[in-house]
Ligand binder design. Sequence first.
Ligand code: HEC
Length: 117
Amino acid sequence: LLLTSRFIALFAVCALLMVPPLPAAADDEIVFTPEFLEDVEVLAEGKKIWVKRCALCHGQRAYPGKAPKLDPSKLEIQFVYKRITKGFRGMPAWRKKYDDKQRMSITAYIMSPGFSN
Ligand code: HEC
């Protein structure tokens, strides 16, 4: 009996070691509800961050060629969130600077009718 339970314990440990780690925060599965996208406070927060952090590269008065002018009608919301979170080449990642809700708010603002460069 002792041997059997040891065997089971050993087996359990092996099984645990073989379980692949859960993928860290799945950025692809962010859910943007219509309520969130239309929330006035969310949009205000997103705009505040845009003006402070993003416009200097992306805005109308940014040095030409520094960064693409964003055209939300050509962008997918999940793509925008992912770029903001992870960055890409000349685009910095903002995951450490802004929490999930803040990055979602910037995204909501960019995709909103009130967005302007
Ligand atoms: C230091 C300059 C800089 C800052 C600051 C910056 N970006 Fe960018 N961003 C870039 C560059 C350069 C690219 C293009 C990267 C590439 O595709 O090579 C880019 C790309 C993007 C894209 C993808 C556009 C596309 O059509 O592929 C989005 C969305 C974006 N930025 C949003 C933001 C937001 C939101 C902020 C503020 C939180 C921000 N950026 C701040 C430089 C910047």
